[in-house]
Ligand binder design. Structure first.
Ligand SMILES: Cc1cc2nc3c(=O)[nH]c(=O)nc-3n(C[C@H](O)[C@H](O)[C@H](O)COP(=O)(O)O)c2cc1C
Length: 144
């Protein structure tokens, strides 16, 4: 069973709720989940599940910015890290999904391996993101 570190970036709690929903499903599958709400450097032995929203003008929420800084300052190759990302945004904003795209670029530059393509959820069309996130998880949960 996998050890999963769930790295959450949120302003008003939506991404946290999505993360909790995914954690419930992962626990049902027998995996152990640890929440990282401060953006502290994660355990490179864990699978990283990133659930973050966008704020400002394509910016990451303040609570996950230390994680982004950790990636940008990382000199080690992270080819052994497996990860998946949910990127919550709103296409009313010109920088739709830009914060999650920045994280994705930083992870791939370090060689981290995506378990699946990033899920980008648009609040204009997806009013309840939890079911969409669970459907996405179902496409890759067997890889854990
Ligand atoms: C002040 C503000 C700025 C935002 N800026 C962006 C943005 O630049 N790009 C984007 O895709 N979504 C943007 N959003 C939309 C949020 O990312 C979206 O509503 C998300 O679901 C909020 O999740 P949270 O409750 O976890 O913070 C913004 C929302 C607010 C309130």
């Amino acid at each position: 069973m996998a050890q999963i570190e769930i790295i959450v970036g949120t302003v008003t709690g939506t991404a946290h709720r999505v993360a909790q929903c995914l954690a419930t499903r992962l626990a049902q599958l027998g995996h152990s989940c640890l929440f990282n709400l401060s953006g502290a450097a994660p355990n490179a032995e864990s699978v990283w599940l990133i659930c973050s929203s966008n704020t400002g003008c394509g910016d990451l929420p303040a609570n996950i910015q230390p994680f982004y800084a950790y990636l940008l300052n990382q000199s080690a190759y992270l080819g052994g890290v497996r990860y998946a990302q949910v990127n919550l945004g709103d296409s009313c904003y010109p920088a739709f999904g830009a914060a999650g795209a920045s994280l994705e670029t930083a992870l791939q530059d370090l060689g981290a391996k995506p378990l699946c393509a990033m899920l980008t959820l648009d609040a204009v069309y997806t009013h309840t993101p939890e079911p969409a996130a669970l459907n996405w998880l179902a496409t890759w949960e067997t890889q854990l």
